[in-house]
Write a protein of this length. Structure first.
Length: 385
């Protein structure tokens, strides 16, 4: 495992830092994240209202799409797609996904230069194909997409859009709306966390290493991530330029049911537990979200009694951070600020992390104790601890 000092620059070369890495799959960034939901229109409205997203694109009956309806929202570099099946759909995939998982993330789409090459390279290394490369066209050009399966019912779709100049994808039209609340200051997806079953962390870490050319940035064991009652283990996998980071969590033995076990129970198996989104001003972002109804995990006030001793001097006012429940951690490169929402769905599954990096490239190890105690307090309220 590389020392964090070696990853100061996000555009590092995995071949140099991780001799075992085979970075054969250049990924330009996260293209979009697609949720399968019970009501796409209402889900899009919620994310616009509460999290500051804007209308971008629409596909449905009016655009010739007969089996589903999709709304796309955007905030800076983040695109979210909400998709609902139509009752006459012959393909039951979306229905079955919603029945099993509730509202949840089906697609983590990756922006690539060559989607066919990405699909051929990953399937040749053992990835299960979701669909073969296909050319999708309209009057604005063409897009090539192809897909592979990953943990649970989650899939990756490779998106090649260098020959496309439309709003989003072919057969989507621009979504014009008079209602576009101001942004909450979200910039891009920092990382996305997958929860997998007992003994599966290494399986999926190996999948990303061997099938997609990722490398293990950092590993946390049950001594790093534990409380008196629960524990989990995690490996953070990253691609060559550091733009894509996928922590993979699995449960660890504890006295009570961990957050990963609770997630697996309510989601019906492995899936994407949370999206970490970056901001340049976390106090502004959290303040705005609170005004709009987003609830965050409670951090005990005693956490802030020692935070200055632990992280040293920071630019932010500790009293303001305490007021909002924003946590701080430091590594060799700087510090970060982070906070976690409560679940954004009725099932205690998907939530958001808001993160602001002030040089730090780590994931808030110093906050794990306080964070897990907060999560356990919520589990106790739900009777699932």
């Amino acid at each position: 495992m590389a020392d964090l000092k070696e990853v100061k620059n996000f555009n590092y070369s995995l071949e140099k830092i991780f001799p075992e890495a085979d970075d054969f799959l250049p990924i330009l960034g996260t293209d979009y994240v697609e949720y399968y939901v019970g009501n796409a229109k209402q889900a899009a409205h919620f994310y616009k209202t509460a999290l500051g997203f804007q209308s971008l694109a629409y596909a449905g009956l009016e655009t010739g799409l007969k089996d589903r309806t999709s709304y796309v929202v955007v905030q800076d570099k983040i695109r979210l797609v909400f998709t609902t099946p139509m009752p006459n759909a012959e393909n039951r995939e979306i229905f079955e996904h919603i029945e099993k998982h509730g509202d949840g993330i089906r697609v983590i789409a990756l922006w690539v230069e060559d989607a066919r090459q990405a699909w051929e390279a990953t399937t040749a290394r053992g990835a299960k194909s979701y669909f073969e490369p296909r050319l999708e066209s309209d009057e604005h050009g063409n897009v090539v997409r192809a897909g592979i399966h990953t943990y649970g019912d989650t899939v990756h779709i490779f998106v090649e859009r260098k020959n496309y100049h439309g709003t989003f994808l072919p057969n989507f039209e621009k979504w014009e709306s008079h209602y576009n609340p101001p942004s909450c200051g979200l910039k891009y997806i920092d990382h996305m966390v997958g929860n997998v079953g007992w003994g599966e962390m290494n399986v999926w870490a190996d999948f990303y290493a061997n099938t997609m050319g990722f490398a293990n940035l950092i590993t946390f064991d049950d001594k790093d991530i534990s409380t008196q009652y629960t524990a989990l283990m995690s490996k953070v996998m990253t691609n060559g330029n550091g733009r894509i980071k996928f922590p993979i969590n699995e449960p660890a033995e504890g006295l009570k049911k961990s957050q990963v076990e609770e997630y697996l129970d309510f989601y019906g198996g492995p899936g994407c537990q949370h999206i970490a989104v970056a901001t340049d001003d976390i106090v502004f972002t959290v303040s705005e979200m609170k005004k709009r109804g987003i609830e965050f995990l409670y951090v005990p006030g005693t956490y802030y009694d020692t935070v200055s001793n632990r992280v040293g001097e920071i630019a932010e006012d500790i009293a303001t951070l305490k007021q909002h429940g924003i946590m701080v951690d430091r590594d060799d490169e700087g510090y970060l600020l982070q906070i976690f929402t409560k679940p954004l769905t009725d099932r205690p599954t998907l939530f958001f992390e808001i993160i602001q990096r002030k040089g730090a490239q780590s994931f808030g190890k110093g906050n794990f104790q306080a964070l897990f105690e907060s999560i356990e307090a919520e589990q106790a309220k739900r009777g699932t601890l």
